[in-house]
Write a protein that binds this ligand. Structure first.
Ligand code: PXG
Length: 285
């Protein structure tokens, strides 16, 4: 039976519980990370821990453990679950308190570490590519809540995901408040045009994905030019290739957007090359 870490102790899955007065539940007041485990190793743990502490700082939440201690607790939870290939969800909540928004009405932020498995998109999608639609729900306005924070508020992304599902798509493209391309509901987006790899920058209002960072590094090491710049849907429609990156998705080709075929409608050579390089990286290569 799987074991869940809550604030210093391991519980059986059925006994792992949090107060209904926790502001993480009542107000979505908290932050999280989704991390992969490959061959028993927690993949890019430092990068995820760094982003988690930045997210927490941005919402003025103090995590009651040092980054080193939290990294250790994560690795120990993975080991306790004998996970070889899997998925880790780190959640930090504001803690239980009284009703009312004020975080001062809470105490004891809770640290939750779930080590489980994750279902990927079907293998076929990696070979044939996925289709996307643009959602009408936009990404968080940066002046409301910075999209750089991985917070427990995912409702607008969930609304966009439902719009995608309504259109028969497993992911949906989200624009920013200026109408530019931002990212998908749980994945970053890239295009290839004339052999240059392009992706929106942080200024476009995105979560700066850890997989995105790893893929940009792999591309540069392979001699591929990488540009971070504002992109419009037009750029995507006329791109040679398109793909998404994310902890769950890894690297996944996109072959159509809003009913328009991207490139020749098949995963392109740069995408396939980066996908292969990512597979090597995750196995420790
Ligand atoms: N954009 C958004 C909005 C995300 O939520 C990414 C991009 C990709 O970032 P990473 O760091 O994963 O390369 C995400 C990631 C889940 C889940 O369980 C969600 C994400 C990652 C893993 C699991 O819903 N989102």
């Amino acid at each position: 039976m799987s074991k869940v870490y809550i604030s210093g102790k391991l519980f059986d899955k059925e006994q792992a519980m949090i107060s209904v007065f926790d502001h993480g539940l009542l107000y979505g007041d908290g932050v999280f990370e989704g991390i992969r485990v490959y061959s028993g190793r927690v993949f890019l743990l430092k990068e995820h821990i760094d982003r988690l502490y930045e997210s927490a700082k941005a919402i003025r939440l103090e995590i009651p453990l040092s980054p080193a201690a939290l990294s250790k607790a994560t690795e120990e939870t993975v080991a306790a679950n004998k996970l070889d290939d899997g998925y880790v969800r780190l959640v930090i909540t504001r803690g239980a308190g009284y009703l009312g928004l004020d975080p001062k009405r809470t105490s004891d932020p809770q640290i939750i570490i779930i080590a489980d498995t994750i279902t990927l998109y079907p293998t076929e999608t990696y070979e044939k590519g996925m289709k996307l639609v643009t959602a009408s729900t936009i990404r968080n306005h940066p002046q409301a809540l910075s999209p750089r924070i991985k917070s427990l508020n995912y409702l607008n992304n969930i609304m966009a995901k439902i719009e995608g599902a309504d259109a028969g798509c497993v992911e949906a493209l989200m624009l920013n408040h200026k109408g530019e391309v931002a990212e998908c509901t749980g994945d970053n987006i890239f295009i290839v045009k004339h052999n240059v790899l392009m992706t929106p920058s942080a200024e476009s209002g995105i979560l700066e994905g850890i997989t995105r960072g790893a893929v940009m590094k792999l591309a540069r090491a392979a001699g591929i030019e990488v540009q971070e710049l504002p992109l419009t849907r037009h750029d995507l429609y006329v791109a040679d290739e398109c793909f998404l990156t994310g902890t769950a998705a890894e690297v996944i080709p996109v072959t159509s957007l809003d009913g328009r075929t991207i490139g020749d409608g098949k995963p392109g050579p740069v995408t396939k090359d980066l996908l292969a390089r990512f597979q090597t990286l995750k196995r420790g290569g």
